[in-house]
Write a protein that binds this ligand. Structure first.
Ligand code: ATP
Ligand code: MG
Length: 558
């Protein structure tokens, strides 16, 4: 254990883990896992679960498994397997050589099912899906026993074998555990263990036409792998008695994994259900699973998020026992924290207004020194070209400005970052009254933006030299949904009615030439306008940047 941990406070799961280590439970061994179903891309909620489980293994000298929970061939795909591995890798979770699949345990699970039948604890049931539902009762009303519940063992064995051999069509029968139709826990009312599915499995192909349910798979897979702490979200709390019941039937010896639940991550203005995210992709409301507006790990990565930012975020959110909704501002705070320290600064103008320095010689230019990152001296400086005609942001000039407007206005002087003081003498309008040019004079003695005589200017503007600028596209994002909880909908509407139709704006921008050598996924701070990341679909002729986040929490102002 790391020494600084002695003063740290621990979340409730870590407290349990530490106690178990002290008590020599599992001989002091710690082994966790992350069990995604490969039926979609991972999202920020999964990132929280991954960082928790892999982090515990890492901090307590344990092991961490990646186990694909692939028991439903209909919705699963190898594309998802690949994306999941890429995301875990990127997050820094280390499963070493333990890339495991529940489907590899199908034979063992089958044998355990046969064993349960032999013990009189499982039976083949031919009720229809509707009947099963009906017989199950409700949380306040006991269930009714299936007429097939008391079939004899031999008949059950024979039918189950025939199910396995493909004799019966889909949905004609199931294998159920014989537990208690009156249990107050609905999951214990003779839950389904196996269903018939004549379908091609992404890994086992056509080898099986019966598939175990999540409940009949999960605990046993944990057991096979020697998992000690099986961490999952609260929706599985009611499944825990069943998890333990199945283990009771099969375990020999003392060891058994322990399931512990924690609150899932919910973010406002975001949907997190894989089913809903899949709809957004399929119906082309977004550009794909990795659309930078998506809460997927691949979307966040493309947007410019870093693994470190997600760690900062997970740390701030903490591990709770109760559901809550986290403000998306916390995620943005986390990425600012990280990028502020790391990112190269550049000047880029998003809404250009031409500024002419009338006393600067035509055809002349010079190179000025600019600091790459004021937070990190080791990043050094760069040269920025300056000339007679530059762009500034349109918002940085006002013809009639209030007294407190410290940027450029007629008769006033401002600093051009790293360059000179300039004073506005005049401006030009087109026939519609729009300002097309601002005319200034510069003070050659203020080179580097330093005051030559102690006189002060309040405003400092970023700028780019028009002749030297690189034209690029920037994609500015707003929230994908316009309501705080997009899952809440009126009758007849769906979560998609809560989509924000102005969540993506693409516009040209002008960037200083240093940007030429930017690499895909490289992150920059464009001074005063935000953090930006070079998109994967960029070309030498047209750089495309995604704005990761603005510099301050700009949402609050709305
Ligand atoms: P579904 O089961 O509906 O397909 P899922 O999001 O639960 O979707 P899984 O692949 O089953 O997807 O999830 C893998 C693991 O991630 C589970 O252990 C689950 O508890 C955890 N998990 C899922 N969503 C969240 C979330 N929002 N916050 C934290 N952990 C989550
Ligand atoms: Mg799930």
């Amino acid at each position: 254990m790391k020494s600084e941990e002695t003063t740290k406070s621990y979340n409730f799961i870590e407290t349990i883990v530490r106690q178990d280590i002290e008590d020599k439970k599992y001989e002091g061994r710690i082994h966790t896992r992350f069990p995604p179903e490969p039926n979609g891309y991972l999202h920020i909620g999964h990132a929280k679960a991954i960082l928790l489980s892999s982090g515990i293994a890492e901090n307590y000298n344990g092991k961490f498994n990646l186990r694909f929970d692939d028991t439903n061939p209909i919705t699963e795909d190898t594309e998802y397997v690949e994306s999941i591995k890429k995301d875990l890798n990127w997050l820094g979770a280390n499963w070493e050589d333990r890339e495991l699949y529940s489907s590899d345990y199908f034979q063992q699970l089958y044998q355990w099912a046969v064993m349960l039948i032999k013990k009189g604890k499982a039976y083949v049931c031919e009720l229809s899906a509707e009947q099963i539902n009906e017989y199950r009762g409700t949380p306040t009303k006991s269930g009714t026993e299936s007429p097939y519940r008391n079939r004899n063992v031999d008949e059950n064995l024979e039918l189950f074998e025939k199910m396995k051999n493909g004799v019966f069509p889909n949905n004609s029968m199931i294998l159920r555990a014989k537990i208690d139709m009156c249990s107050p826990n609905m999951h214990m009312r003779d839950p389904i263990m196996y269903r018939i599915l004549h379908a091609n499995h992404h890994k086992s192909g056509n080898q099986w036409c019966i598939y175990p349910t999540y409940d009949f798979t999960h605990g046993q897979s944990d057991y096979i792998e020697g998992i000690t702490h099986s961490l999952c979200t609260l929706e599985f709390e009611n499944h825990r008695p069943l998890y333990d019941w199945y283990l009771d039937q099969i375990v020999e010896g003392d060891y058994r994994p322990r399931q512990i639940e924690f609150a899932r991550l919910n973010l406002n203005y975001t949907v997190m259900s894989k089913r809903k995210l899949l709809q957004l992709v399929k119906e082309k409301h977004v550009l794909g699973w990795d659309d930078p507006r998506m809460p997927t790990i691949s979307g966040l990565r493309r947007r410019g998020y870093t693994p470190e930012a997600l760690r900062i975020f997970a740390e701030k959110v903490g591990i709770a026992k109760r559901e809550n909704i986290i403000d998306i501002g916390l995620l943005e705070y986390s990425i600012r924290e990280d990028l502020n320290k790391k990112s190269q600064r550049l000047m880029a103008v998003l809404n250009p207004l031409k500024l002419v320095i009338t006393n600067y010689p035509e055809g002349q230019s010079e190179e000025l020194d600019a600091v790459n990152n004021p937070e990190d001296e080791t990043m050094g400086t760069r040269k920025v070209p300056f000339s007679r005609e530059i762009y500034i942001e349109r918002e940085d000039f006002r013809e009639a400005a209030p007294r407190k407007f410290f940027r450029l206005k007629p008769g006033k002087e401002v600093r051009l970052r790293y360059a000179y003081f300039v004073k506005c003498n005049d401006f030009v309008k087109d026939e519609n009254g729009n300002i097309t040019e601002v005319h200034c004079t510069y003070d050659p003695a203020s080179k580097g933006g330093k005051s030559p005589d102690g006189r002060k200017v309040k405003g400092t503007l970023h700028w780019v030299s028009i002749n030297h600028a690189i034209k690029a596209d920037v994609r500015l994002f707003d929230r994908l949904f316009s309501t705080e909880n997009p899952n809440i909908v009126e009758d007849g509407k769906t979560f998609k009615d809560n989509l924000n139709h102005d969540s993506l704006t693409v516009k040209p921008c002008y960037i200083e030439p240093f940007v030429k050598n930017a690499k895909v996924l490289e992150k920059f701070q464009f001074e005063r306008t935000g953090y930006f990341c070079l998109d994967k679909n960029t070309s030498e002729n047209k750089l495309v940047f995604n704005r990761t986040v603005t510099l301050r929490d700009s949402w609050k102002k709305k």
